[in-house]
Design a protein around this ligand. Structure first.
Ligand SMILES: CC(C)(COP(=O)(O)OP(=O)(O)OC[C@H]1O[C@@H](n2cnc3c(N)ncnc32)[C@H](O)[C@@H]1OP(=O)(O)O)[C@@H](O)C(=O)NCCC(=O)NCCS
Length: 426
């Protein structure tokens, strides 16, 4: 028997049967109810209970704390893969075989350099510009250099521009970082892998060859894998929404970077570190928790729209913190973070609301240990999320169900007033 939802409106005696498929009803079917001349609609600020697409990329079960990319559990990918392998998986649906991986890595390596004229764009920013602003503007500017990105219906052009963007993000991020430090840019080195090369472009000084500790390179790979995609989050929704008007990948990714920059999304790890610094010592944690419970502050790095359980990424990151601190020495703020977490997991306020540590709770501590200033933290999220945005963009472009994004509103303003001449206004 077909699964249906019967709806009856006593006020008008109208009834309808809506088909339930994939645990959803089609919102447009509600239009058959006429409410005083208006078709019935749903009101859902923040898309709390609205599916906007079919997607085969990332699966999340927030109650169980499960995250899978293309069906592979995140913990297994974090343990065995490299970031580029995961990016290939997100984009192509399958893990690459050795030949495919080597080919993909060499394509990415080939496209790492930035267009020369982009350096003039970078030079125009104030020395203290936030690197996310530089990233957002420069990624949007890529479209001027690669206008073939609008040929997104051509799989070859689409794939080339995806590769370009994934390849150039670390270079752009490293240049933005070095600009802020007034240090000369370090060009990509083809002999390094994706993460090692990134660290070299950031931190190389006078030495002939920059060599990073393999444990730090691995920590970077893991962080990049964990941040690569997270289904329909705020920035991915921005990417899809901008794509819906027929935009190129660069314009869409630039919108994604803008969305990611907000402290409730990618900016949270920067906010976590600020919070830990303000708390400073373990003995001040109870006072801080009281402030959270009184609604004065939020515990940054806690809570998630989807996870009502321990964020599986936070578990993996917590382990990476220890690996990184083995190399760099322990940051005393780790103790403050652990004490906050202890409270968070035991205190009724957090337990009742199902607030658990999210991916950002420990990542800031790692980034700081690796030598990044807080304003770079969101940039470190944007680099790997680019592969997720690209995969979602590609899925959107090839999805015949999709339309231009255009939500409804409930209008609450004045109606049809006569224009008041200036001299008659109070
Ligand atoms: C992520 C986040 C935006 C999700 O928000 P949301 O799904 O809209 O949840 P709400 O803001 O409606 O919160 C639900 C309840 O939990 C409380 N809450 C949510 N996150 C909280 C936090 N980090 N600290 C304290 N209380 C929190 C809210 O005050 C609200 O309480 P109430 O029911 O008494 O009003 C939110 O948890 C948050 O701001 N977290 C901190 C920022 C962060 O770490 N972001 C990174 C996400 S990966």
């Amino acid at each position: 028997m077909a699964d249906i939802l019967q709806i009856r409106r006593p006020a008008s005696g109208t009834e309808a049967e809506l088909a339930i498929t994939e645990a959803t009803i089609r919102a447009t079917e509600l239009r058959q109810f006429d409410i005083g001349g208006e078709p019935l609609a749903t009101f859902d600020p923040g898309f709390m209970n609205t599916a906007v697409c079919h997607s085969a990329i990332t699966y999340i079960d927030g109650d169980a704390g499960v995250l899978e990319y293309r069906g592979y559990p995140i913990a297994e990918l974090a343990e065995h893969s490299t970031y580029l392998e995961v990016a290939y998986l997100l984009l192509n649906g399958e893990l690459p075989n050795p030949t495919q991986l080597a080919d993909w890595e060499s394509q990415v390596t080939e496209h790492r350099t930035l267009p020369d004229k982009l350096k003039t764009v970078l030079a125009g920013f104030p020395y203290d510009a936030h690197p996310m602003t530089i990233l957002m503007a420069s990624v949007a500017a890529f479209y001027s250099f690669y206008p073939d990105a609008r040929n997104f219906d051509d799989p070859a052009a689409r794939s080339l521009n995806i590769t370009r963007l994934i390849a150039k993000m670390p270079t752009l991020a490293a240049f933005a970082y070095r600009k802020g430090k007034a240090r000369p840019y370090v060009n990509p080195d083809d002999s390094y892998g994706y993460c090692h090369n990134f660290l070299a472009m950031l931190f190389k000084q006078a030495e002939r060859r920059y060599v990073a500790d393999p444990r730090l390179i691995r920590a970077m790979e893991v962080l990049f894998i964990l941040h690569a995609d997270h289904e329909q989050n705020c920035s991915t929704n921005a990417v899809r929404s901008v794509a819906s008007s027929g935009n190129d990948l660069y314009t869409c990714a630039s919108a994604g970077i803008g969305a990611l920059h907000g402290p409730l999304h990618g900016g949270a790890n920067e906010a976590v570190l600020k919070m830990l610094r303000e708390i400073r010592t373990v003995d001040r944690v109870p006072e801080f928790i009281e402030g959270v419970k009184a609604g004065k502050v939020r515990m940054m790095g806690f809570g998630h729209r989807v996870y009502k359980n321990y964020d599986p990424r936070a578990k993996i990151i917590k382990k990476s913190v220890e690996d990184v601190f083995e190399v760099t020495g322990v940051n005393p703020l780790l103790e403050v973070a652990k004490e906050l977490e202890r409270y968070g997991l035991e205190d009724e306020y957090f337990v009742k609301r199902r607030l658990y540590p999210n991916v950002d709770f420990y990542s800031g501590l790692i980034y700081e240990a690796l030598g990044f200033p807080p304003e770079m933290f969101t940039v470190l999220f944007a680099i790997p999320r680019t592969s997720g945005w690209a995969a979602q963009y590609q899925e959107f472009i090839t999805d015949s169900e999709q339309k231009i994004a255009r939500p409804k509103q409930i209008y609450t303003g004045s109606r049809t007033r006569s224009y008041v001449p200036m001299e008659e206004r109070d």
